[in-house]
Design a protein around this ligand. Structure first.
Ligand code: ADP
Ligand code: MG
Length: 245
């Protein structure tokens, strides 16, 4: 345990919470300790990353243990891969159950970037990762049958809420197992209460049992921390760098 603490200190990883899983020291451990799908391991190897970044070291094992997390690390520190790998690992293979993971991004551009990275890591797995288009060209696309042929949804909260608010709702989130809020600091600052209402609507629509949530953020904000402490189950917080930097 002393060794683990030294490793975290060395990489400026700070953790808060109970029973925090040990950090990952190499990408190889994903395969050795967590039995990560070979295709996924290969797709990670293709990227030729030497080491996981600090946020990946700690956030990936936390999510692989299905724990709810607030993960905070600077822009450019590899947060996207930190949530993509655990999601793809948990979903295992494509199924016709509808969306099983939803990633919320603050802007259309960030959503498109995240979608591209998903495609890259999921290459060859057959997962169907969907980037939600402008709502005015969606009609009945995610209804009872049509929406079943997707596994993962990447969208802005606004577009998703628009579809959920239709009568009847134009999208089903019944099968969602993971709800990711990326750039949560941006989303929470946007219009003060707006995003809280949106996430409440989205979360209520995720009617499956045992849905897990993960928030990723580039900066520490009290708003996000307070929201997580209030709403998440047995929260683990991971900060890279100084907490108040
Ligand atoms: P963030 O979301 O934290 O701002 P990104 O996930 O967009 O950061 O990653 C920033 C860049 O770092 C991307 O180009 C990504 O491919 C690259 N990257 C991700 N993980 C690693 C790694 N382990 N080693 C080197 N580069 C990485
Ligand atoms: Mg990011």
């Amino acid at each position: 345990q002393e060794q683990i603490n030294q490793f975290r200190n060395k990489h400026r990883i700070h953790v808060y919470g109970t029973d925090v899983p040990d950090p990952l020291q190499t990408f190889d451990e994903l395969y050795k300790l967590y039995n990560l799908n070979r295709l996924l391991s290969n797709n990670v190897n293709v990227l030729r990353f030497e080491m996981p970044t600090p946020i990946q070291m700690q956030a990936i094992p936390v999510m692989l243990h299905r724990r709810e997390i607030l993960a905070c690390a600077p822009t450019g520190s590899g947060k996207t891969l930190a949530f993509i790998l655990p999601i793809l690992h948990h979903l295992q293979c494509p199924q016709n159950k509808g969306f099983r993971a939803v990633v919320l991004s603050p802007t259309r551009e960030l959503a498109a970037q995240t979608h591209r990275e998903f495609q890259r890591i999921a290459e060859g797995t057959g997962f169907r990762i969907h980037l939600m288009e402008k709502v005015n060209i969606i009609n009945n696309k995610y209804g009872k049958k049509a929406g079943r042929k997707f596994d993962i949804l990447v969208t802005t909260p606004k577009r998703l809420v628009y579809l959920l608010k239709q009568d009847p709702p134009q999208i089903s989130l019944d099968s969602v197992e993971w709800l990711i809020v990326d750039e949560s600091d941006k989303l929470f600052e946007d219009g003060k209460t707006g995003f809280r209402d949106q996430i409440a609507i989205i979360y209520q629509s995720c009617s499956g049992k045992n849905i897990r949530r993960a928030l990723f953020s580039a900066t520490f904000t009290y708003e996000v921390e307070e929201w997580c402490k209030l709403n998440l189950d047995n929260l683990i917080q991971v900060y890279v760098g100084a907490k108040n930097a």
